[in-house]
Design a protein around this ligand. Structure first.
Ligand code: FES
Length: 169
C-alpha cells in the first residue's frame, strides 16, 4: 500500500526508504522510538509527506492519528514544503565533499532564501537532507521528489530558475 506509493514516486537510485527501514529495525519497531524515527525520516526526505507518516504508523503499529499528532506538535518537523516546487540539497558527507555547500549557497543566492525557507512567491522551498542513500552519484539533489546526481551549482540553478521565473509570469 503506502510502501508501493512511496517507492513508485522515487527512482531506484533512491534508497531512502531502505535507510528508514533500517532505522526502524534498529529501534526494533518500538513505538517509543517514534520521535527518533520521524527525525530520521525528515533527515532523509527533507519533510514528512503524508505517505511517509502513514507508512511509519503502519510499521510501528500505531494509529495514524498518533503519528500525525506527534509530527504536528513539534515545530522541528515540517509536514510539507510550502512551495509549489521543492529542492532538497543533500549535505551528507559524500555530497559535502563533492561540493554540496557551493550548490546550496548558489541556490540561496538566486532564490534569495536560506535553507528551510520558501520564496515569497511560493514557487520554491529549499530544504536540506543528510544522505539520500545516493552517495555514488554525489552530489545529489532532489527536485520535486526525483533524485538527480552529479549536480553542479550551475545545473541546480538552471533547474530552479525555471520554477522561480514561472512564478513571475
Ligand atoms: S551523502 Fe548525499 S547521498 Fe549520501
Amino acid at each position: 500500500m503506502t510502501t508501493a506509493s512511496l517507492e513508485s514516486s522515487h527512482p531506484s537510485a533512491d534508497k531512502r526508504l531502505k535507510m528508514l527501514d533500517a532505522t526502524m529495525k534498529r529501534h526494533q519497531y518500538q513505538q517509543d522510538a517514534l520521535i527518533e524515527i520521524l527525525h530520521k525520516a525528515q533527515e532523509l526526505y527533507g519533510y514528512l509527506e503524508n505517505d511517509l507518516l502513514l507508512y511509519i504508523a503502519h510499521e510501528l503499529k500505531l494509529p495514524p492519528s498518533r503519528v500525525y499528532g506527534v509530527a504536528t506538535f513539534y515545530h522541528l518537523f515540517s509536514l510539507a514544503p510550502q512551495g509549489v516546487h521543492s529542492c532538497i540539497v543533500c549535505t551528507g558527507t559524500a555530497c559535502y565533499v563533492k561540493g554540496a555547500q557551493a550548490i546550496l549557497a548558489n541556490v540561496e543566492k538566486v532564490a534569495y532564501i536560506r535553507a528551510g525557507e520558501t520564496t515569497a512567491n511560493h514557487q520554491l522551498s529549499l530544504l536540506t537532507a543528510r544522505c539520500l542513500g545516493a552517495c555514488g552519484i554525489a552530489p545529489a539533489v532532489v527536485f520535486d521528489g526525483t533524485v538527480l546526481g552529479n549536480q553542479t551549482p550551475e545545473s541546480v540553478c538552471n533547474h530552479v530558475q525555471g520554477w522561480l521565473q514561472h512564478g513571475t509570469d
